[in-house]
Design a protein. Structure first.
Lengths: 123, 288
């Protein structure tokens, strides 16, 4: 999708799948030079601490490769589980759904380079 | 032994109608005192009749010392229903138990005349009857108590659900006015209902108003932070409002980190900042 990558997780993630996703995604970002990545986890219903950490680290890797990452569509149950597991994913940006995620991405990438991007900064 | 034992059973069978009418009279006298109007005379009469009937059958077949047996099943069930209903109707526990205990006198009187010649047998039978009816009475009270506890539990549940509404303030803004003490089970419900509403409405901002929360301890603060984090994970931002001076003091003294969480003194302030973040503004209508 232009300079954005959209990753939709359709099945329940198991550990190996998460690792594969990590490899594929990082390879894909460097190949396409994508500036933004949306990870849609709205179909993900079960998480464990490993998957939670994977989500965080995938977001971290994408950031290093200069792509803004947004996790969208997290289910309430998943959010509660992650919080109870003590994973707050503090470095990860989130949005309610793909639409809103795209809006945030656009806002982020519109800000000039060198400035800490913040969707809500007002002059 | 066997001969005396069969006597209670025989007496109940033989004098069933007399025992019933005497017992009903006693019952009605008791009922008249407090809960009159709640239960009618015919009801008492039919309940007494039904129980005595089951009691007689159980006596004929069963062991008098063991009311947990299969023979007493029907009688137990009937008593259970009865005491549950009476609990709902507002009878006191002793009034409910009196239903069984007042059966003692009519049967005792018959026993007395029947055993007039044999004091030993009379004593034995009296003992047995008392034990049996005591057990049944205790059973009634127990069921009554369980019924009451069920009511209390249900009310607690209702209160939990009632006291945590999630209201929509504006398109994309939810408010969660919390009232009362925050404990673990409540926060869980609050968190779940908030997150569900966020999904339903697609709200981007949730205001958690804690004006009605009397005290905050480390656990409460922890719960609040969890709620905020979970909402953030879903892609919504949380603003905490309604922090009273004492609570602000407590939070700082406890060393709870509320960093990264927007806090506002009043709900109005929180609403204003929420509007601003959504790029909305409130202006006075201009009637030129």
């Amino acid at each position: 999708m232009g300079e954005y990558l959209l990753v939709t997780i359709q099945v329940d993630m198991h550990d190996q799948l998460a690792l594969t996703l990590q490899d594929d995604l990082t390879a894909m970002i460097s190949k396409t030079g994508a500036r933004g990545v949306l990870i849609d986890i709205s179909s993900l219903e079960i998480v464990d601490s490993f998957i939670g950490r994977m989500i965080a680290s995938i977001a971290g890797m994408a950031r290093i490769l200069d792509a803004q990452t947004i996790v969208v569509g997290m289910q309430p149950a998943v959010a509660i589980t992650l919080v109870e597991l003590g994973l707050s994913l503090s470095g990860v940006r989130t949005a309610l759904n793909v639409d809103k995620g795209m809006k945030v991405l656009r806002a982020l990438l519109d800000t000039p380079a060198g400035e800490e991007p913040d969707a809500r900064s007002t002059p | 032994m066997a001969t005396t034992e069969s006597k209670i059973s025989r007496i109940v069978e033989q004098y069933e109608s007399e025992i019933l009418s005497e017992w009903t009279r006693n019952l009605l006298r008791n009922v008249g005192s407090s809960a009159s109007g709640v239960i009618t005379e015919t009801e008492v009469r039919s309940q007494a009749g039904e129980f005595l009937n089951l009691f007689r059958r159980a006596l004929r077949r069963g062991d008098m010392t063991d009311i947990d047996g299969a023979e007493w099943q029907a009688a137990r069930e009937m008593l259970g229903n009865l005491s549950r209903n009476r609990g709902m109707q507002g009878f006191t526990p002793s009034e409910t138990a009196m239903f069984v205990f007042s059966l003692k006198r009519p049967i005792m009187t018959r026993l007395g005349t029947e055993h007039a010649a044999d004091a030993q047998a009379l004593a034995e039978d009296t003992q047995r009857l008392t034990e049996l009816l005591d057990k049944l009475g205790l059973y009634t009270t127990e069921v009554y108590q369980t019924g009451r506890e069920e009511v209390i539990r249900r009310q607690q549940q209702d209160m939990l659900e009632l006291s945590t509404p999630v209201v929509k303030l504006w398109d994309g803004i939810l408010a969660l006015p919390m009232i009362g003490t925050l404990d673990s089970s409540r926060t869980q419900i609050v968190m779940e209902s908030l997150l569900e509403r966020i999904v339903e409405t697609g709200a981007e901002i949730a205001i958690v108003d804690i004006t009605g929360v009397p005290t905050v301890d480390t656990l409460t603060a922890q719960h609040l932070l969890k709620t905020v984090t979970a909402a953030r994970l879903m892609g919504a931002e949380c603003i905490i409002s309604g922090i009273r001076p004492q609570i602000a003091q407590t939070i700082v003294h406890l060393g709870v980190e509320l960093e990264g969480v927007t806090t506002k003194a009043t709900l109005a302030d929180a609403f204003a900042i929420a509007l601003k973040r959504l790029g909305l503004s409130v202006s006075r209508a201009n009637h030129a």
